[in-house]
Design a protein around this ligand. Structure first.
Ligand SMILES: Cc1cc2nc3c(=O)[nH]c(=O)nc-3n(C[C@H](O)[C@H](O)[C@H](O)COP(=O)(O)OP(=O)(O)OC[C@H]3O[C@@H](n4cnc5c(N)ncnc54)[C@H](O)[C@@H]3O)c2cc1C
Length: 190
C-alpha cells in the first residue's frame, strides 16, 4: 500500500509512479472522476474535482438564471456532500425544475435542495450484488434481483425498458460484455 503518490502512467505492462515502475497486468483504477471541463467556463467557484459550487437552490452564485445539477454540481445536504450518483442527479433535476416553475409563477423561493438517500445498490458480479435499502442489507442473488428491477424500473419509457432488458438477457446468456473502455491505440495486441 502506497499513499501520497501519484500514478503518472498506466499501460498494458504496469503502472508508473514518476520514475518508479510497478509491473502489473491487471490494474484497478479507483481514483475517482474529474468533473467536466464545461464547469470551468462559467467562471464560478469550483471544488477540487472541478465541480461548480452551487447555492442552496442549485443556481450559480450571482447567476440565478444558471442552474448546475448532477455530477457537475458541488453541494452539501444535511452537512454531507451530495454523492455523484444517478438518484442525486435526478433529484437535483426535479428540484431545479420546481425552482424554475415557482419563479415563473411568482411564488416564494423553494427551500434549499435536500438529498434523500433511498439506499445503495451495486452489482459485484454475475448474479451477485449488494444492497442497502431502508436500513435492510441484502447480498448475493436477492440483491442482484433488486438491482436488476431498480435499473429497469427507473429507465424512462416502456421501449427503453424492454430493449435494455433484452440486451441484458442476451449478455447474460451469451457471457458477452457490452460496455468496454479502450484507451489509446498502442500496446501489444491481444
Ligand atoms: C462507470 C460508472 C458507473 C456508475 N455506476 C453508477 C451506479 O451504479 N449507480 C448510480 O447511481 N450512479 C452510477 N454512476 C454515476 C452516474 O452515472 C452519474 O452520477 C449520473 O449519470 C450523473 O448524471 P448527470 O446528468 O449529472 O451526468 P451524465 O449522465 O454524465 O450526463 C451528462 C451529459 O452531458 C453531456 N455533455 C458533456 N459535456 C457537454 C457539452 N459541452 N455540451 C453538451 N453536452 C455535454 C454528456 O455527453 C452527457 O450525455 C456511475 C458512473 C460511472 C462513470
Amino acid at each position: 500500500m502506497r499513499t501520497g503518490c501519484l500514478a503518472t502512467g498506466i499501460d498494458a505492462a504496469g503502472v508508473s509512479i514518476g520514475a518508479e515502475r510497478i509491473a502489473a497486468r491487471t490494474v484497478v483504477w479507483a481514483a475517482g472522476v474529474a468533473a467536466s471541463p464545461l464547469g470551468r467556463t462559467l467562471g464560478a467557484p469550483l471544488d477540487r474535482a472541478g465541480r461548480v459550487r452551487v447555492g442552496p437552490d442549485l443556481s450559480v452564485p450571482g447567476h440565478p438564471e444558471i442552474f448546475v445539477i448532477g455530477d457537475l454540481a458541488a453541494i452539501e445536504s444535511e452537512g454531507r456532500p451530495v454523492p455523484g450518483i444517478a438518484p442525486a442527479a435526478k433529484q437535483m433535476g426535479a428540484h431545479a425544475a420546481r425552482a424554475v416553475r415557482s419563479r415563473i409563477a411568482g411564488r416564494a423561493a423553494l427551500p434549499a435542495f435536500r438529498y434523500r438517500d433511498y439506499g445503495l445498490l451495486a452489482t459485484i458480479g454475475r448474479r451477485a450484488a449488494v444492497a442497502l435499502i431502508g436500513g435492510v442489507r441484502l447480498s448475493g442473488y436477492p440483491a442482484w434481483l433488486a438491482w436488476l428491477f431498480a435499473h429497469i424500473y427507473f429507465l424512462i419509457g416502456f421501449r427503453n425498458r424492454v430493449v435494455v432488458l433484452l440486451e441484458w438477457a442476451w449478455s447474460y446468456w451469451t457471457f458477452e460484455r457490452h460496455a468496454r473502455i479502450v484507451i489509446g491505440g498502442g500496446g501489444p495486441a491481444g
